[in-house]
Design a protein around this ligand. Structure first.
Ligand code: HXC
Length: 278
C-alpha cells in the first residue's frame, strides 16, 4: 500500500506499544522505515517485544517502562527520549484501560483507574512532547486512538466513554491551537479489532462475540493491517493537510446501530412482499 520509506527516519513514540494494537502499529511503522519507542508498564513485556522487533527489522526499537498515570514519570520518559534520541516526530496515543461493568457497581477507584490512564495519561504525554516541539519549532504529528463511542457514549463502559470523549476534545482543541506551528493532531475511532488483552476483558462469551459480529454491516471484525495502514497514513507527511480529524474504521457498525430502520433486516421475504402496497 505504501512506499517502504514512507516513515523513513521518523521517530515515533507508541504508548502501550508492546502489546495489542499498539504493537501492530509499531511493527508497521518499523516496516515503513521509522525508529520507534515503545512505552508500557511492564519491562519484561517491553523487552520481549523489542527482541522480536530487533530480530525482524534490526535495532530500531527503544523501550521505556512508564506508568502514564504518573505525570512525573511521563515527564522523565519524554525528557529521556529527547536526551537519548534527539526527540520525536510523531506521538501515537494508544495506551488505554477498560472493563465492562454495570456503572452503578463502579467504585471511585475503578472510575479513576480508567480515567487516569486514558484521559490524564494521554494529556500528560501530549503536553510533554508538544511543549518541546513548540519550543524547538519542530513540526510533528499526533495520532490518538479513540473509539466510536467517544461520541455516542456506551452503556457498561462509562469511564472509557468519558475518557475517550476527552481525548477527542484534546485532539480538536490542540489541532486548532498548534496547527499554525506545524503540529497536526488526528484520531482514529476503531470498532472491534480483536486483541488478546481487550477480548479477555470485553468479550464475556462466544454468543456475545457472534452477536457483535452480526450487527456489523460487513459481518466481521477488523483486521490489524487495516488499522495499521490507516495509522501509517495519518501520522505520515502524506496526510499533511488533515488536522483535527477523526476517522472511523468499524465496518459501518455505529451507523447501523444508530440507523432508524436497521432492525428491518429481521423481515422475511414474505413480510417484505406484504409491505408492498401497504
Ligand atoms: C468493576 C473493576 C473491574 C471490573 C477492576 N475494577 N476491574 N471494577 N469491574 N471488571 C476495580 C477494582 O476493583 C479496583 O477498585 C479498581 O478498579 C482498580 O483495580 P486495579 O486492579 O487496581 O486496577 P489497575 O491495576 O489500575 O488496572 C486497571 C486497568 C488495567 C488500567 C484498566 O486493567 C489495564 O492495564 N488495562 C489495560 C488493557 C486494557 O484494558 N485494554 C482494553 C482496552 S480496549 P476497588 O474499589 O476494588 O479498589 C478499549 C476500547 C475497546 O479501551 C473498544 C471496543 C470496540
Amino acid at each position: 500500500m505504501f512506499l517502504t520509506d514512507l516513515l523513513a527516519d521518523k521517530r515515533i513514540l507508541v504508548t502501550g506499544g508492546a502489546t495489542g494494537l499498539g504493537k501492530a502499529m509499531a511493527r508497521r511503522f518499523l516496516d515503513l522505515g521509522a525508529r520507534v519507542t515503545l512505552c508500557g508498564r511492564r519491562e519484561a513485556v517491553l523487552q520481549e517485544t523489542k527482541a522480536e522487533f530487533d530480530a525482524a527489522v534490526g535495532e530500531r526499537t527503544a523501550v521505556h517502562a512508564c506508568d502514564l498515570r504518573d505525570p512525573e514519570a511521563v515527564e522523565a520518559m519524554v525528557a529521556a527520549i529527547w536526551a537519548d534520541q534527539g526527540g520525536l516526530d510523531i506521538l501515537v496515543n494508544n495506551a488505554a484501560g477498560n472493563f465492562i461493568a454495570k456503572s452503578e457497581t463502579l467504585s471511585h477507584r475503578a472510575f479513576d483507574a480508567i480515567m487516569a490512564v486514558v484521559l490524564h495519561g494521554t494529556g500528560y504525554v501530549t503536553l510533554a512532547a508538544g511543549k518541546r516541539w513548540l519550543a524547538e519549532r519542530r513540526p510533528a504529528s499526533v495520532l490518538s486512538i479513540v473509539t466510536t463511542y467517544a461520541w455516542t457514549g456506551s452503556p457498561y463502559v462509562m469511564p472509557s466513554a468519558m475518557a475517550k470523549a476527552g481525548v477527542l476534545a484534546m485532539t480538536r482543541s490542540l489541532a486548532a491551537e498548534w496547527g499554525d506551528r506545524g503540529i497536526r493532531l488526528n484520531a482514529i475511532a476503531p470498532g472491534p479489532f480483536p486483541t488478546e488483552g481487550a477480548w479477555q476483558r470485553l468479550v464475556p462469551n462466544p454468543d456475545i462475540e457472534a452477536a457483535w459480529k452480526a450487527r456489523i454491516p460487513l459481518g466481521r471484525f477488523g483486521e490489524h493491517q487495516e488499522l495499521t495502514d490507516l495509522a501509517a497514513y495519518l501520522v505520515s507527511d502524506r496526510s499533511g493537510f488533515i488536522n483535527g480529524e477523526v476517522v472511523t474504521i468499524d465496518g459501518g457498525e455505529w451507523l447501523k446501530g444508530a440507523a432508524e430502520f436497521a432492525l428491518m433486516e429481521q423481515l422475511s421475504d414474505e413480510e417484505w412482499a406484504a409491505m408492498k402496497g401497504r
